[in-house]
Design a protein around this ligand. Structure first.
Ligand code: HEM
Length: 365
């Protein structure tokens, strides 16, 4: 017997529903897997789930309110320029940013910290965020620090570190005993503190190297994949901060503006492939020094303009490290998913505050 048109319709409908259900379940499973490998889920019976919003609440709890500012790396300056790609990066990734040519850049130089008014001599680390935009409309965003490793391996450890650094409500002081307890529980953090102790902060933004820290997966046009980390290495020679400089609490931004009056500042973008066995999911561990022998010099970053972050081009950019062009993918590092989702919460809160401030200024007029 031939099936009727109505029966065919019903079958088609139910097969469509089951296909949609399968897609929904697959997406849910992939999202769950990401969240799980990202250390982003906890069973309610064991402890309260760590969410991006709770992580940002923890940053906020360590300082007084600074509406409109980034919840970390709050003090910084917008910069812009271009990337002169020499074509060598194409050995490792098919991303169009690595084709020989010039790619415009918007960036931000900053220091870690929750307070946009902090004095520059308190910062032991410098930071560099960049957004590359290629002519085909793709973007590559990154946010790097001047230390090749991170203090913690997981978002949970970062949350605990923020709790240990929280000033006591009565005294307003950080309790060193809490930090000692944290360090005892997290021996992996030692490498970061040792690195800081042996590398005094650079005297300016443009004589520091900056590191991706997290690993990423590059795929070239032939389909070959490699895990990599990258760094940007300055033209200028490293110098430590001098006592005279620290008389100006904003010496980093002031010195940059003065230096740019004499012409642009430059870094080379160096990409370091991993060898089998190098950790791609642990930002607290460096890769063996000999990997640097095989690093690829992909071209020159040129910065020729700096402007205030209050109204500069970087203000409303979220330098989310997971905004990646085709040819670059995240590694299995659990910090990456956490960074992406936490930066989004910080971005949403600060841009909402900016909008509210603009609205109340308008109503006052
Ligand atoms: C789970 C780990 C991390 C969390 C939760 C976190 C959190 C944050 C937050 C909330 C912001 C402000 C975002 C905004 O409002 O636009 C930020 C900015 C930044 N972070 Fe992270 N961070 C993490 C790891 C890292 C690592 C590993 C690096 C270095 C590779 C890094 C480098 C930076 C830099 C350079 C900025 C400033 C970006 C800008 O100028 O807009 N962060 N981070």
């Amino acid at each position: 017997m031939k099936p009727s048109i109505a029966m065919n319709e019903t079958r088609r409908h139910s097969s469509l529903i089951s296909r949609y259900a399968l897609i929904a379940v697959s997406i849910g499973a992939i999202a769950g897997l990401f969240a799980w490998t990202g250390g982003w889920i906890r069973w309610p019976s064991t402890q309260q789930a760590l969410t991006p919003a709770r992580l940002i609440d923890a940053f906020e709890a360590d300082t007084s309110p600074h509406p409109g500012f980034r919840r970390n790396h709050a003090k910084g300056v917008c910069v812009s320029g271009h990337f002169e790609s020499n074509g060598n990066g194409a050995q490792l990734s098919r991303a169009s940013v690595f084709k020989a040519g010039v790619v415009p850049l918007v960036g931000r130089l900053s220091a870690p910290g929750f307070d946009p008014t902090q004095e520059d001599d308190t910062a032991m680390v410098r930071s560099f965020a960049l957004r590359f935009t290629t002519s085909d409309g793709e973007q590559w965003r990154m946010a790097m620090n001047s230390v090749p490793i991170f203090a913690v391996r997981t978002p949970e450890a970062l949350y605990q570190q923020l709790a240990a650094l929280r000033p006591d409500a009565a005294s307003g002081r950080v309790d060193p005993a809490k930090m000692e307890m944290f360090l005892e529980k997290h021996p992996e953090t030692k490498a970061f503190h040792e690195w800081l102790a042996s590398h005094p902060a650079s005297s300016n933004f443009y004589n520091a190297s900056y590191f991706s820290i997290n690993a990423f997966r590059f795929t070239n046009a032939q389909g070959n994949t490699r895990f990599v980390r990258w760094s940007v290495v300055p033209d200028a020679t490293y110098q430590p901060v001098s006592a005279a400089m620290t008389r100006d609490p904003d010496f980093l931004a002031h010195d940059l503006s003065k230096r740019l009056e004499r012409g642009p500042v430059r870094w080379n973008l160096m990409i370091t492939p991993a060898a089998p066995g190098d950790p791609t999911n642990d930002a607290t561990r460096v890769w063996p020094q000999e990997r640097e022998l095989h690093r690829v010099d992909a071209g020159v970053l040129v910065i020729d303009k700096a402007e205030s972050q209050i109204d500069g081009a970087c203000r409303d950019i979220n330098f989310d490290p997971l905004v990646l062009p085709a040819g670059i993918e995240p590694s299995d590092d659990p910090l990456l998913a956490a960074r992406s989702s936490a930066y989004a919460v910080s971005f949403n809160r600060r841009t909402r505050e900016e909008a509210q401030a603009a609205q109340s200024a308008n109503t006052r007029r």
